[in-house]
Design a protein around this ligand. Sequence first.
Ligand code: NAD
Ligand code: AHE
Ligand code: ZN
Length: 369
Amino acid sequence: MDVRAAVAYEPGKPLQLETVQLEGPKAGEVLVEIKATGVCHTDAYTLSGKDPEGLFPAILGHEGAGVVVEVGEGVKSVKVGDRVIPLYTPECRQCEYCLSRKTNLCQAIRLTQGKGLMPDGTSRFSLNSTKLHHYMGTSTFANYTVLPEIAVAKIREDAPFDKVCYIGCGVTTGIGAVVYTAKVEPGSKVVVFGLGGIGLNVIQGARMVGAEMIVGVDVNPSKRAIAEKFGMTHFVNPKEVEGDLVPYLVELTKGGADYSFECIGNVNVMRQALECCHKGWGESIIIGVAAAGEEIRTRPFQLVTGRVWKGSAFGGARGRTDVPKIVDWYMEGKINIDDLITHTMPIEKINDAFDLMHKGESIRTVLTF
Ligand code: NAD
Ligand code: AHE
Ligand code: ZN
């Protein structure tokens, strides 16, 4: 079938809107009509050419919502007409990882996902007989995409696509890192580095679980007002701090953070995030994605003296189980998504969405089809 898609032909170049061809779902797969998709910093990272798994030409996008329009043989958990959110972290409930209960990193299709292919090793997108790569197993910058059944979360019928698409990455990543990865307790002191589409969700997650002090750190002072609205109690602009940031934060939190979250992808900030944690128990969660070749450093003494360094992918959420619950939280007014979606525009303006992100003028842009 013909599909409207934004194609990434080359690293660092604007996306181009094209009519491309898509082959329908095979056994165990579904065809989803994407109604809306967010633009996450990870899309920009891959487009920049720094992602070692970044392949071109490709159809990027991993923060979508849509409707199942066709199901392949043997599909049981969803049917035509169901509203779904595509999952770049699937949940097969059968692999060693899913069965371990220790991680959300289902590995059932990870190898082909990283090669820009469907689980059978083929690409279903093409343009004039040239194969286009899938991206993160989702490719939501297209108005139709094929997904394995294990990579869709069925959500309620009344969920608005242009809002809940953000749960496909940013909302779940931020809130999930607090709730599922760190398991922040009420009364905790939390420091969040980077107040973008992810960091602000960490802030609302921290408020939701009853953190007492929520410090936001960002070099862009325009993030302060929105972060306060979402629960930040103290704002720190590193550019305005005299001397080292780490002792400043340790002093501010009276001994260090119980939990810190790095939501930027900067390895120097990752070190600061670890070292501002409380001696003996502080945990630092890395969410930001740093480019190939980048490495984190600290004195091992920081860990010997009880600080813990952890990472979190998709907020530690098990997509098919947890995403429908997060959609319910939104529909019940427990979390705020609307105020984080600063821009909504048609897919034709996709390059404007990337520009707004790079200029720090948007939190999330949602593109509609
Ligand atoms: P964003 O561009 O919306 O936000 C980044 C924020 O960091 C901005 O507010 C910016 O001003 C701030 N910042 C930049 N440099 C800084 C510095 N040195 N000190 C303090 N603040 C600084 O990006 P986003 O969409 O929120 O994504 C954030 C990161 O999270 C990216 O690296 C993205 O790839 C990653 N990410 C990871 C996961 C995961 O599952 N682990 C999921 C989604 C996104
Ligand atoms: N290909 C990238 C991987 C980047 C990365 O860490 N991705 C996160 C999701 S970011 C969503 O915005 C993730 O889920 N990681 C776990 C995984 O299996 O990829 C690189 O840098 O190599
Ligand atoms: Zn993302």
